[in-house]
Design a protein around this ligand. Structure first.
Ligand code: PGA
Length: 251
């Protein structure tokens, strides 16, 4: 089955409001009418509403970088999936390694966030990835399997249909070191195999698996040529209009 590629830009904690609007406008100019690939951008919360307004009428999706597992209440500093949906935000990055490593998110919290997002009609971009220590200790596959199984606990086949998974080796994020296309394909194939076992082949085949970690204009074409790589989650290179345009226009 063919999955429509998804190129996603994670802006992290970068860009003030005016810069965010400016960058969003360039993305609309580049691919606002593309029908053969999906494009998503994830600005900081402070620019979400303005970026949603900027891309309105185009095919660009807007995502949040995080989401609460609660619907509403006394949770200072949190943003609920209902609020995101109300704003016109259609996706949320969940379980990014920076959330796991710097803000103490564990598999259980991430599972709760996935359920909250799905319940509010927000498509999760569920991130998993091994650290350098995990890899060197030969633990890559078991770490990924645990993150995947625990993150998806009680997620139904219907909910998983059309979901997005992102494989981001922590050692490749922001380091300039990319997994080779062979390394990435091996892991993506492994993950799709796990999904096939946990759900069913026809459902696992609908899940887009993105690669993330130092994706750049120089490596995007090779990565996208792999059968189980369905897109990219791009950090640093998504902040530059020219390099993000080249990544969007992968060949
Ligand atoms: P990077 O970040 O492209 O800067 O390595 C990717 C990510 O963290 O999603």
């Amino acid at each position: 089955m063919s999955r429509r590629p998804l190129i996603a830009g994670n802006w992290k904690m970068h860009l003030t409001l005016s810069k965010a609007i400016e960058l969003a406008q360039t993305v609309v100019t580049t691919c606002g009418k593309c029908t053969d690939r999906d494009i998503m951008i994830a600005p900081p919360f402070t620019s979400l509403a303005a970026v949603v307004a900027t891309v309105r009428g185009s095919s660009i999706h807007v995502a949040a970088q995080n989401v609460s597992w609660e619907k509403e209440g006394a949770f200072t500093g949190e943003i609920s999936p209902i609020m995101l949906n109300d704003l016109g935000v259609s996706m949320a990055i969940i379980g990014h390694s920076e959330r796991r490593q710097l803000f103490g998110e564990d598999n259980d919290m991430i599972n709760r966030k996935l359920h909250a997002a799905l319940g509010a009609g927000i498509t999760p971009i569920f991130c998993i990835g091994e650290t350098l220590d995990d890899r060197e200790a030969g633990g890559t596959l078991s770490v990924l399997e645990t993150q995947l199984r625990k993150g998806l606990e009680h997620v139904t086949p219907k909910q998983l249909t059309g979901a997005v998974l992102a494989y981001e080796p922590v050692w490749a994020i922001g380091t300039g070191k990319t997994a080779s296309k062979e390394q990435a394909q091996e892991i993506h194939g492994f993950l799709r195999g796990l999904l096939t076992g946990m759900y069913e082949k026809n459902i696992a085949e609908t899940v887009r698996i993105l690669y993330g970690g130092s994706v750049k204009p120089e490596n995007i074409d090779d990565l996208m040529a792999q059968p189980d790589i369905d897109g990219a989650l791009v950090g640093g290179a998504a902040l530059n209009a020219e390099s993000f345009e080249r990544i969007i226009r992968f060949r």
